[in-house]
Design a protein around this ligand. Structure first.
Ligand code: PPS
Length: 383
């Protein structure tokens, strides 16, 4: 007993130490649980997961230009700005309207051209709607744009024309909670929305709910356009050299992800009555024929005469003459080259930009990627 009493402080001490260890273990367990929870929550409603790119990767890929970094959407590995997961989940739950039309493309494939065509066919068939004079990108919302407002070059503020429109259309609301998405919520029907997001990032039944016009373009011309566009971002060009950019496209290491899955996801659905698949090259070759098909798809029933007028109104030269969407404060003016959004609007510009070695690689890459499909892109090859 005496011995026990003598040992009591030691025993108490041991007990106390033991309970502390238990507490620490419990805390660790909770921490592990929390970490696990955080890891688990890196899952999108579409079922995709995502991970943040490390500092070195961002630098190596010329992508260290976003306040919240860049994420890789898995399993495919698509690269998007770090805030994309928030907007992707918002988009997944978006209330679409049955008369919505989404113009969907991989970037630089002819989105703006198609947006203007569809908007004009639906809202301005007589070319007398005063709204038609408004800047296209604010009368036809880009529901994949919000993530781009995280660009460091914007210093936490979207361009003025977007803010102005937002404050007018959404009084009392905060643009930080999704500028384009909120603008889309109040937009007049039928909405003509733009999106660069993959079809698989939307709910599975999206095509049963709305119409999608998908535009594909020769990836060789697309990457030239992409290079010039991102090179113009001042002072943070998200591309280094043309050659690097071409290689990164083939490696699937450019912002917005990989070209082929984007096109193939839409191509696979091309027989769905609510998906209309178009090639930029076909639009260039015979715009009237493409407008007639669109007329049917959209149910607009416009006369041949009206379609002719729309073809003219949406031609490259007309759209360019109506105004450049690039803002002086964002895009280089001092780099001496004529940096414009409506750059050339042609097919085959790649012939002026690829080394013979890269041309060969690109052709191989195209052949490899269309081998398991009935996508006929013979016209995209050099030979
Ligand atoms: S974006 O930023 O991803 O929305 O760009 P996007 O609109 O998809 O593509 C830009 C390229 O499309 C050309 N463009 C046109 N081509 C023909 N006719 C018309 N009306 C037209 N409007 C835009 C634009 O010039 C870009 O291509 P490049 O090769 O750079 O000229």
């Amino acid at each position: 007993m005496r011995a026990f009493v003598r040992c009591l402080p030691f025993t108490l001490c041991l007990r106390e130490a033991g309970s502390r260890v238990v507490k620490i273990l419990k805390a660790l367990q909770t921490l592990k649980g929390t970490i696990k929870l955080i890891e688990m929550s890196k899952q999108l409603l579409s079922g995709h997961t995502y991970e943040e790119l490390k500092e070195e990767e961002l630098k190596a890929l010329d992508l260290d230009h976003f306040d919240h970094g860049v994420v890789r959407i898995q399993p495919e590995g698509w690269l998007y700005p770090g805030t994309a997961p928030i907007y992707l989940d918002r988009l997944y739950n978006m209330e679409f309207r049955s008369d919505d039309v989404i113009v969907k493309t991989f970037p630089k494939c002819g989105t703006t051209w198609m947006q203007e065509i569809v908007w004009t066919m639906l809202h301005n068939p007589n070319l007398d709607n005063p709204k038609g004079d408004e800047f296209l990108w604010i009368r036809s919302e880009d529901i994949s744009l919000d993530m781009m407002f995280d660009l460091k070059l914007l210093k936490g503020q979207p361009p003025n024309y977007y803010l102005k429109k937002f404050n007018e259309a959404c009084p009392g609301k905060k643009w930080e909670e999704g500028l384009s998405l909120q603008l889309a919520e109040v937009a007049k029907s039928p909405r003509v929305l733009k999106s660069h997001f993959y079809l698989s990032l939307y709910p599975d039944d999206i095509l049963d709910r709305i119409k999608v016009v998908y535009v594909a373009r020769n990836p060789k011309d697309m990457i030239i356009s992409y290079f010039y566009f991102f090179e113009a971002l001042k002072p943070f060009p998200m591309v280094s050299t043309m050659e690097d950019t071409q290689k990164r496209l083939m490696d699937g290491q450019i912002l917005y992800g990989q070209y082929w899955p984007h096109v193939k996801q839409a191509w696979q659905k091309r027989h769905h009555p609510n998906l209309h698949f178009v090639f930029y090259e076909d639009m260039k070759a015979d715009i009237m024929s493409e407008l007639r098909k669109l007329n049917e798809f959209l149910g607009t029933q416009l006369s041949e005469e009206k379609l002719e007028a729309i073809a003219q109104y949406t031609s490259f030269s007309s759209m360019k003459a109506r105004g450049e969407p690039l803002q002086d404060d964002i895009f280089h003016k001092e780099n001496k080259r004529d940096v414009t959004f409506f750059r050339k609007g042609k097919t085959g510009d790649w012939k002026n930009h690829f080394t013979p070695e890269l041309q060969k690689k690109m052709d191989h890459w195209i052949k490899e990627n269309i081998a398991d499909t009935d996508l006929n892109l013979k016209w995209a090859l050099a030979e």
